[in-house]
Design a protein around this ligand. Structure first.
Ligand code: ARG
Length: 494
């Protein structure tokens, strides 16, 4: 039985197979139930449903919730999507009043509502996982103490930097990801329910009350926009694509640092993989996959933008194509976050190798030039002088220290700048890579992390208060059977 059998003859089998979304949108079950409860209460307040009818429908929805949670809910082959399945079952439980559930509502405003509720919760859970990784980076940065390594530009050794400073560089990029996720959640926090198919309804609906009931900040202003808009999906996909790019860059460095040529890091056995053929291998597959996932995440973003670009208003079935990428992006980025968190948490940094790589006098070339600047030599001249000494050293194979010592404008005092480990301590400017500015940075990072944790937990508490937290309701059981892997992620987040 289809929802349109009054109008159309039987739907071809292949058409159902091609158009159905139940295979993946059953993950929306708890949000669909939350939306239905709010809708039913709204119809009650508006006097469209009698209070007894509201009570029976809410009872039936609770039963569906229990069945979904316990796994006893039986999906039918003709359940095209989660909305149809829930309505079908409610109507089986309460045949009379079940037929009133969809009053003044369309699957168009329904799916938009479900997706917003889902995205609101899951994006904050992703933010929680980002915060965990940031905390790990912070802990590793503190543990790194005064260890230093070469900083690179163009993949050439440039200047020594504290390992802690390098680790927090990744931490700050992630801070922007948390900020973006929180802002995206703020923007998507608008209820589309009450927009109907596209134009609202002749019935006295109460979209404001329904929005409040669902914990949304407000309701849509334009019914056509409400059902057509998937900006929030695009934004979520962008946030996760960029987060994925950040994880990819971190992953790439771990790959690089763990190779024998660098040897800066030894990945813990639990976060490495072996080879089926080469007995000696220890491979950084976690870091590589974290890098690889970025391609997929970027694909989801571009795919969704292309899906939307030619769509006329209002709802078109193309919009259904946004649901799976959204689920997949959350799963993949969550899996990468959790795995990388464990990897970073347990890896051994080989600080002797790092300092050895940064100990050569050339790493302090700019410090020598700046020493000259402090002795009233214009920088351009200082740069040229030091550059020519380096060239001389390379071409004639004479140690740079010897040339510096012998040079009339430099000598023994200048030489001290080139001592291993000295250059990094000379990075004193605010935000710089030396210990003095780093202590300030560390404190600011700590404060920022604390603040962001509070922002994320406040937003999550707000949802819990409005009953769409997912804890203990149909969501968890349904998600597992919905074909969406949870990617090993702790979906309760923080
Ligand atoms: N499964 C559909 C989706 O995800 C629900 C909306 C269907 N609406 C319709 N007019 N066919 O978009």
């Amino acid at each position: 039985m289809t929802l349109w059998e009054g109008r159309l003859g039987a739907t071809a089998h292949e058409v159902m197979a091609f158009t159905a979304s139940i295979g993946f949108d059953r993950r929306l079950a708890e949000d669909d139930l939350a939306g239905s409860r709010a809708h039913v209460r709204g119809l009650g307040r508006a006097g469209v449903l009698a209070m007894e009818e509201v009570a029976s429908l809410l009872g039936a929805l609770d039963r569906v919730d229990e069945e979904l949670a316990s796994g006893s809910f039986v999906f039918h082959p003709e359940d095209e999507d989660i909305h149809t399945a829930v309505e079908r079952r409610v109507t089986e439980i309460e045949p009379e009043v079940g037929a009133k559930l969809h009053t003044g509502r369309s699957r168009n405003d329904q799916v938009a509502t479900d997706l917003r509720l889902w995205a609101r919760r899951e994006l904050l859970a992703v933010a929680g996982r980002v915060l965990s990784l940031q905390e790990t980076l912070l802990r590793r940065a503190i543990e790194a103490g005064d260890a230093y390594l070469p900083g690179y530009t163009h993949m050439q050794r440039a200047q020594p930097v504290l390992l802690s400073h390098h680790l927090l560089a990744h931490g700050w990029a992630l801070a922007r990801d948390v900020d973006r996720l929180v802002h995206s959640v703020d923007r998507l926090d608008v209820s589309p329910l009450g927009a109907g198919a596209l134009a609202g309804s002749s019935l006295p609906l109460d979209p404001d009350g329904v929005a409040e009931d669902l914990g949304f900040t407000g309701r849509f202003e334009n019914s056509i926009d409400a059902v057509s808009d998937r900006d929030f999906v695009v934004e979520a996909l962008f946030d996760m694509a960029l987060l994925g790019v950040h994880l990819s860059r971190l992953g790439e460095e771990i790959v690089l640092w763990s190779c024998e040529e660098f040897g800066f890091v030894v990945v813990n056995d639990a976060y490495a993989t072996g080879s089926s053929m080469l007995p000696q291998k220890k491979n950084p597959d976690v870091a590589e996959l974290a890098r690889g996932k970025a391609g997929r995440l970027i694909g989801h973003l571009t795919g969704m933008l292309v899906t939307l670009k030619g769509l006329p208003l209002a709802y078109n079935r193309d919009l259904q194509e946004g649901t799976e990428p959204l689920f997949d992006a959350v799963d993949q980025v969550s899996g990468a976050l959790v795995a990388l968190d464990g990897l970073v948490s347990t890896a051994d940094f080989v600080t002797e190798k790092m300092s050895e790589a940064a100990a050569g006098p050339q790493a302090a070339a700019v410090d020598l030039a700046e020493w000259l600047v402090a002795h009233h030599v214009p920088f351009r001249q200082a740069h040229e002088l030091v550059g020519s000494l380096v060239r001389d050293s390379v071409e004639r194979g004479v140690p740079l220290t010897e040339l510096v010592h012998a040079h009339p404008s430099l000598g023994a005092e200048a030489l001290s700048v080139l001592e291993p480990g000295v250059a990094v301590t000379r990075r004193t400017s605010p935000g710089g890579a030396g210990p003095v500015p780093f202590s300030v940075q560390l404190e600011r990072f700590r404060q920022r992390l604390e603040l962001d944790s509070q922002r994320v937990s406040h937003a999550r508490e707000h949802q819990v208060r409005h009953g769409s937290s997912g804890a203990g309701s149909a969501g968890s059981g349904v998600a597992a059977s919905g074909g969406g892997s949870e990617a090993g992620a702790d979906c309760s987040g923080r």
